[in-house]
Write a protein that binds this ligand. Structure first.
Ligand code: NAP
Length: 261
């Protein structure tokens, strides 16, 4: 009797900012689609808990986690060297790690807040993308999904620098799409409105202020965005959802939110 060996090639997704919110929720969705996962963020303990949960639910998949601060370019370069064997199977990069800090008017703004937003949302995304691209190009296929924001399209008072960083994400997404044309690599910008995650707590360093952001309205959940990303990446490979704006029903624009008293 002849023995058949069926080789199932691993498809790997790299997710930045997988320790919370949209990144963690998307890890679970992508595992459901059969992706093995390389999950990074600064908080290793959070990643380890998620890793255990995913390995229990999806024993056939591989899940690696690594503490990585994407603002540290040297650490990003070392990370890509360390995981080179796994990254040979890279098919999807989810550039999700990001944050807002403060909501001051520009005339009152803090340099430290601006610095961390630009370092993370713009330079961190670029650093990871630059290191990931040789692997996607070598595979002659792939998908880069950037998490932008409605703040990358419309500006609100006190949001100038965060908005500027997300405008940059939109520009980088469009530029990447042009530079990668003909290389069979899809590039998508997901632009959510208000999503109830740790985002506002990080922004204000204050739970009460964070709760006020979502008071009396129904925001999106991380799972809503994760499901959308799963839909985007599972379109046939000739279909590229270039950009997607997703607001909660209770939000009409960056400045209009319906709240019950
Ligand atoms: P979140 O719950 O605070 O999650 C942010 C994630 O980014 C965390 O896993 C955090 O992990 C990671 N991160 C932050 N700085 C990092 C760094 N230097 N290096 C590596 N990882 C870093 O917020 P979220 O809402 O899920 O945010 C995810 C993305 O969605 C962000 O890009 C955000 O701008 C965008 N977004 C959010 C909303 C919203 O309303 N929530 C709306 C539109 C867009 P560690 O702290 O463990 O490093």
């Amino acid at each position: 009797m002849s023995a058949f060996r069926i080789e199932v090639r691993m498809k790997l997704a790299l997710i930045t900012g997988a320790s919370a919110g949209i990144g963690a929720a998307t890890a679970a969705e992508l595992a459901g689609l059969g992706y093995s996962l390389l999950l990074v963020a600064r908080r290793k303990e959070r990643l380890s808990i998620l890793q255990d949960q995913l390995q229990t639910s999806y024993p056939n998949l591989q899940v690696w986690t690594e503490s990585l601060d994407i603002t540290n370019h040297g650490a990003v370069v070392d990370f890509f060297k360390k995981y080179e064997p796994q990254l040979k199977s890279l098919e999807l990069l989810l550039n999700n790690a990001g944050l807002a800090k403060g909501a001051d008017k520009v005339q009152d703004g803090l340099w430290a807040d601006w610095d961390v937003m630009i370092e993370t949302n713009v330079k961190g995304l670029l650093s990871v993308t630059r290191q990931a691209l040789p692997f996607l190009l070598a595979n002659k296929k792939g998908h880069i999904v950037n998490i932008g924001s409605v703040a990358g399209r419309w500006i609100y008072p006190g949001g100038a620098v965060y908005c500027a960083s997300k405008f940059a994400v939109r520009a980088l997404t469009e530029g990447l799409r042009m530079d990668l044309l003909g290389k069979n690599i899809r590039v998508t910008n997901i632009e959510p409105g208000m999503v109830h995650t740790e985002f506002s707590r990080v922004r204000f360093s204050d739970q009460t202020k964070a709760d006020q952001v979502y008071a009396g309205m129904k925001p999106l959940t991380a799972a809503d965005i994760a499901e959308t990303i799963a839909w985007v990446v599972s379109r046939p490979s000739h279909v590229n959802i270039q950009e997607l704006v997703i607001y909660p029903t209770d939000q009409a624009s960056v400045r209009d939110v319906s709240r019950t008293e």
